[in-house]
Design a protein around this ligand. Structure first.
Ligand code: BG6
Length: 484
């Protein structure tokens, strides 16, 4: 493992993302010993006029459940530098502050590592990256590295995303850029490749001969409260489906990588994305919840979807004919994210139990991580009756003593270790935009209209109807007793 000075710079240090995700993730890494007090320093940078202690106090409130001693040790590692996002002055000051810290360390044998985390709106990425490039790079006289973490939205469509990629590509090498999709840091998302490729059970079944349909579902039970104006420029497809759900889709649908090398894995993701056929309007439902436009920052005529169900079809040997239904919605009846792989009916149904439902493999990403397989079993008792039951692996039961790490925690650690497996590569991002851009342009042009749905429900009925049309069979509690 590397030793030496590690400087972590959080740009946008007083913003929401930094307070809610970045600093808590850093704190958890510190608590677990991955960031050592003697080796790391954290620099917050933002426009607000704050003192070091001012920033520390703001962060403190978000680090619940920590022992006071740990917390104050951690907070002592944080310094604050104030400056604007496009002035050389501010970034020069930032660089001097980092250098002062680096020279204060006796670091003869070690390397100098600088990690920049952009917890900022994407409109300032190009200028901030230029500033980092001009003022804050790890000096060439040092060994070590400079890495930059950026977060979606990476543009609004293919063209704007390509433009941003080209701008950042001029400033940093691909192996210095870490494009975060925090779904790739979730435990059960990381488990997908293991499940699929380390279990003999699934290998022969994972294809169109056996699988009828796949649903990848994201639900939230709250609306866009407080960020309606921002959300309205993007909508649910850009916010959730084009990135988080599509990444999950890749891991469910891709072919087996040559090895676990990040490049090999990402090569396969790109291939499966490139095999996705153009999306058909008949295979899309978009919705907007009643009350969304009450937010004064949302325009009255907004057609922006807060719900969408989109069918992807993969044009290859494995998946011909299998619909992948990607659904996401805000202000629904519950909060969860799950993958449902539904198998075809067992042929030759001598039990006449088809109506009870099918084998379905469910991977619940959150909350309460779990995997379960719906099976038809004999209903215990004297009758020869069947019913649907589950083989259930609930993490809360099976791994009671394990604390499942937060996505951001894991991804920041990966960045420090230089592992890009769970980050989005430039060509992958392009392929993702290629899939959704025509649809997004049609929605923006009003060619598809959002239907309305009531907050706190399952979303538009049209979406359930579409899932049924795609062959999804809902499981019923129905028990059939054959005549003796
Ligand atoms: C973000 C979206 O990327 O993911 C938010 O911008 C959404 O709209 C969030 O609420 C969901 O993340 P998680 O980890 O809570 O499922």
């Amino acid at each position: 493992s590397e030793s030496g000075c590690l400087s972590i710079v959080v740009l946008g240090a007083s913003g929401d993302l930094a307070k809610k995700k970045t600093f808590p993730a850093l704190f958890h890494l510190f608590q677990q010993g991955f960031l050592q007090a003697g080796e790391v320093h954290i620099f917050g940078y933002a426009r607000s006029n704050l003192s070091d202690d001012g920033l520390r106090e703001r962060i403190r409130g978000y680090l619940n459940g920590a022992s006071d001693e740990h917390l104050s040790q951690f907070l002592q590692l944080i310094k604050y530098v104030s400056g604007s996002y496009d002035s050389g002055e501010g970034f020069e000051l930032l660089n001097n502050t980092i250098s002062d810290y680096e020279t204060s360390k006796n670091n003869e044998s070690g390397s100098y590592r600088r990690l920049f985390y952009l917890a900022l709106p994407p409109s300032v990425y190009p200028s901030v990256c230029k500033m980092i490039r001009s003022y804050c790079m790890n000096p060439s006289s040092h060994t070590g590295w400079t890495r930059v973490i950026v977060e979606k939205p990476f543009g609004k469509d293919l063209d704007s995303s390509e433009k941003l990629s080209a701008e950042l590509g001029k400033l940093f090498e691909e192996d210095q850029l870490y494009r975060i999709d925090h779904y790739l840091g979730k435990e059960l998302v990381q488990n997908l490749l293991v499940l699929r490729f380390a279990n003999r059970l699934f290998l022969p079944l994972w294809n169109h001969d056996n699988i009828a349909n796949v649903q990848i579902v994201f639900k939230e039970d709250f609306g866009t409260e407080g960020r309606g104006g921002y959300f309205d420029q993007y909508g649910i497809i850009r916010d959730i489906i084009q990135n988080h759900l599509l990444q999950v889709f890749c891991l469910v649908a891709m072919e087996k990588p040559v090895s676990l090398k990040p490049e090999h894995i990402r090569d396969e993701k790109v291939k499966v994305l490139q095999s996705v056929e153009p999306i058909q309007h008949e295979e899309v439902v978009i919705g907007q919840y009643d009350g969304y436009k009450d937010d004064p920052t949302v325009p009255d005529e907004s057609n922006t979807p807060t719900y969408a169900s989109v069918v992807l079809r993969v044009h290859n040997e494995r998946w011909e004919g299998v619909p992948f239904i990607l659904k996401a919605g805000k202000a629904l009846n519950s909060r969860k994210a799950e993958i449902r792989v539904q198998f075809k009916d067992a042929p030759g149904d001598i039990f006449r139990c088809k109506k009870q439902g099918r084998n379905e493999f469910v991977i619940r990403l959150q909350p309460s991580e779990a995997m379960y397989m719906k099976l038809t079993v004999k209903k215990p008792g004297l009758e020869m009756a069947t019913e649907q039951s589950e083989l259930d692996l609930s993490y809360g039961m099976r791994y009671q003593d394990v604390k499942i790490p937060e996505a951001y925690e894991r991804l920041i650690l990966d960045t420090i270790r230089g592992d890009q497996q769970h980050f989005v590569r430039r060509d992958e991002l392009r392929a993702a935009w290629e899939i959704f851009t025509p649809l997004l342009h049609d929605i923006d042009a009003g060619k598809l209209k959002s239907v309305s749905y009531k907050p706190g429900t399952r979303g538009p009925q049209e979406a359930d109807e579409m899932s049924r049309r795609m062959g999804y069979v809902q499981t019923h509690g129905y028990i059939w007793v054959p005549p003796i």
